[in-house]
Design a binder for this molecule. Structure first.
Ligand code: AMP
Ligand code: ZN
Length: 466
C-alpha cells in the first residue's frame, strides 16, 4: 500500500511521494531557545523523527531543514533581564536541545539553521513583499497587509473576510480571534537588541524566518512542512501568506501537524508551568528510550496524555521486547524451519508496514509487533519454533527498531557503585534459584543499561564495566 498522510491544507488523507521521486524536501519548525525544551515539544520532534525514518524506509533521501528560533519576544525579554547578549543567552538552551535530541535518538536534520544568521535574507524578503504591495509601515515597523492576500485562512480553514483592515498585532504569538496584520520587521525599542538594516534598526518578526530559511535551502515549493497544531495559526498561516505572496507558487504540498502532549487535560507548556524537561525525567531514573517510546507510541494526530504510569508501561514494553530478542539470540531451537511461523512473521511485517503507511499509525504498528512476540513466545514454549525461524524474527525486530529505536539500552552516566552491582547480582542469583528467569533477565538488562556486563562462569558471576 502506498504511504498516506493527512494533509491539514486539504483536510484529506493523500498519497505521498516526493516531487522528484528521490529526495523529500521537508521543513520543520524547531525550538525557540529561551528555556529548556520540554517533553511536549519533544513529542512533536519525536513524531518528526518517526516521519524521517519512515520516509527513508520508503527508499527516499531527505533534505530536512529545521530552524532554531534564537530571536523572538520571549528570548529578548529574558536576555535583557539577565543582561546577556542574545547569543550568550540562547547558546545554553540550543546546546541543551541538541544534547537532549541525541539522548532521545532524534536524527539530526540535514540542516539546522539559526534565525539570527539569516537577517539579511529576511530583510530582502520584506523588501520583496513591499515591492509587491503587501506591506505598510507604521511607527518604523513593517506590517503584512493580510487583506491583500485573499487566500489568508486557507490552512486554518477560517474565514477572515470580515476582519478590520489596518488593525495590527506586534506580538509574535496570538489567538485566531486576533487575526490582524502581523509584523514583519519591528523597529527597535528602548535598548532592545537589533540590527541596522535598510529597513531601519530593529529585528524580524517571528514568522518571516521560516519562509526565508525554508525557501533558501529547499526551493519555492516544499514537499512537507510540519509542526505542532498550535503552529497552524498564526505561524503557518503567516508563512504561507509571506511565501506565496513572494513566489506566486504553493509554499508546501503537504502540511503535517502533531497534536499536543497534555497533562491533566491541559497542553504541556512553559507558560502554564505544567512541564517536565527530559532532564527532569532522567533525574527521576527513567531511561531516554522509555520516554522516546512513550512519545512515539500514540499516533501523532491524537492527544497524548502524559502520566508516570504511562512511562513505566513504556519501560515494561521495551523490556519485553529486549527479553524476546535475548531469547532469539541465546536459546537453542530445534533444527529446520516452521512454515507456519514463517508465514506468521511475514504477516506481522506486512501489518507493521501497512500501519505506518497509514498516516504513521504507530499504535497499530506496535500492536502488530507485540502480537507477534506473544504468539511466537508461545511457539517457543511449545517447542515449535525452529532455528530456521530466528533470522526473519530478528529481521522483523530490526525493522521495528529502525523506526522506534529503543532496543539498545542507553548507558546511563549516573554511576552505579560496586555495592549496587553486587546487590543486584545476589538478587539475580536468588531469582535463578527459584527459576524466575524473567526477573533474572530483567536484572541483567538493567545492569547492561547502566554499563555493567555480567558473565556467568564456573566460579560464579563475574562483572565488568563497559
Ligand atoms: P516552541 O519552542 O514553543 O516554538 O515549540 C517547538 C515545537 O513544539 C512546535 O512545533 C510546537 O508546536 C510544539 N509544541 C509545543 N508544545 C507542545 C505540546 N504540549 N505537545 C506537543 N507539541 C508541542
Ligand atoms: Zn516556523
Amino acid at each position: 500500500m502506498a504511504l498516506r498522510f493527512y494533509n491539514t491544507l486539504t483536510q484529506r488523507v493523500e498519497e505521498f511521494a516526493p516531487t522528484d521521486g528521490k529526495t523529500v524536501r521537508m521543513y520543520t519548525c524547531g525550538p525557540t531557545v529561551y528555556h529548556f525544551v520540554h517533553i511536549g515539544n519533544f513529542r512533536t520532534f519525536t513524531f518528526q523523527d518517526v516521519l524521517r525514518r519512515w520516509l527513508r524506509a520508503h527508499g527516499w533521501q531527505l533534505d530536512h531543514v529545521m530552524n532554531i528560533t534564537d530571536v523572538e519576544d520571549k528570548i529578548i525579554r529574558s536576555a535583557m533581564e539577565e543582561r546577556k547578549s542574545l547569543r550568550e543567552y540562547t547558546a545554553v538552551y540550543e546546546k541543551a536541545f541538541i544534547e537532549d535530541s541525541v539522548a532521545l535518538r532524534l536524527e539530526r536534520a540535514e540542516r539546522l539553521v539559526r534565525a539570527t544568521e539569516h537577517i539579511s535574507e529576511m530583510v530582502q524578503a520584506v523588501e520583496q513583499l513591499s515591492e509587491k504591495g503587501f506591506t505598510y509601515k507604521s511607527d518604523g515597523s513593517v506590517y503584512y497587509r493580510i487583506a491583500n492576500f485573499p487566500e489568508y485562512g486557507k490552512l486554518s480553514h477560517s474565514d477572515f473576510s470580515g476582519i478590520r483592515a489596518g488593525a495590527r498585532v506586534d506580538v509574535d504569538e496570538y489567538e485566531k480571534a486576533d487575526a490582524r496584520d502581523f509584523v514583519l520587521w519591528k523597529a527597535r525599542k528602548n535598548g532592545e537588541p537589533g540590527w541596522e538594516t535598510p529597513l531601519g534598526a530593529g529585528r524580524p518578526g517571528w514568522h518571516i524566518e521560516c519562509s526565508v530559511m525554508a525557501m533558501k535551502y529547499l526551493g519555492e515549493t516544499l514537499d512537507i512542512h510540519a509542526g505542532g497544531v498550535d503552529l497552524i495559526f498564526p505561524h503557518h498561516e503567516n508563512e504561507i501568506a509571506q511565501s506565496e505572496a513572494i513566489t506566486g507558487k504553493p509554499f508546501s504540498r503537504f502540511w503535517l501537524h502533531s497534536e499536543h502532549l497534555i497533562v491533566e487535560g491541559q497542553k504541556m507548556s512553559k507558560s502554564l508551568g505544567n512541564f517536565f524537561t527530559l532532564r527532569d525525567l532522567l533525574e527521576r531514573g527513567y531511561s531516554p528510550e522509555s520516554i522516546r517510546y512513550l512519545l512515539a507510541s500514540v499516533p501523532y494526530r491524537k492527544k497524548l496524555n502524559f502520566t508516570f504510569e504511562g512511562l513505566k508501561a513504556a519501560q515494561t514494553s521495551i523490556e519485553r521486547l529486549r527479553n524476546y530478542k535475548l531469547r532469539l539470540d541465546t536459546e537453542k531451537f530445534g533444527e529446520g524451519g516452521n512454515e507456519k511461523i514463517q508465514e506468521r512473521t511475514e504477516t506481522a511485517l506486512r501489518l507493521f508496514n501497512d500501519s505506518l503507511d497509514d498516516d504513521l499509525n504507530t499504535a497499530e504498528a506496535l500492536a502488530a509487533i507485540f502480537e507477534f512476540v506473544r504468539d511466537t513466545n508461545s511457539s517457543m514454549d511449545a517447542g515449535e519454533f525452529r532455528a530456521g525461524n530466528v533470522g526473519s524474527a530478528l529481521a522483523l525486530l530490526a525493522r521495528f527498531d529502525s523506526v522506534f529505536d529503543v532496543l539498545r539500552p542507553t548507558v546511563m552516566t549516573q554511576a552505579v557503585t560496586d555495592g549496587d552491582v553486587e546487590a543486584l547480582i545476589a538478587e539475580r542469583a536468588a531469582a535463578r534459584k527459584r527459576r524466575d528467569f524473567r526477573r533474572s533477565d530483567e536484572i541483567r538488562n538493567e545492569l547492561l543499561e547502566r554499563g555493567i556486563v555480567l558473565e556467568d562462569t564456573k566460579e560464579g558471576v563475574r562483572w565488568k564495566r563497559r
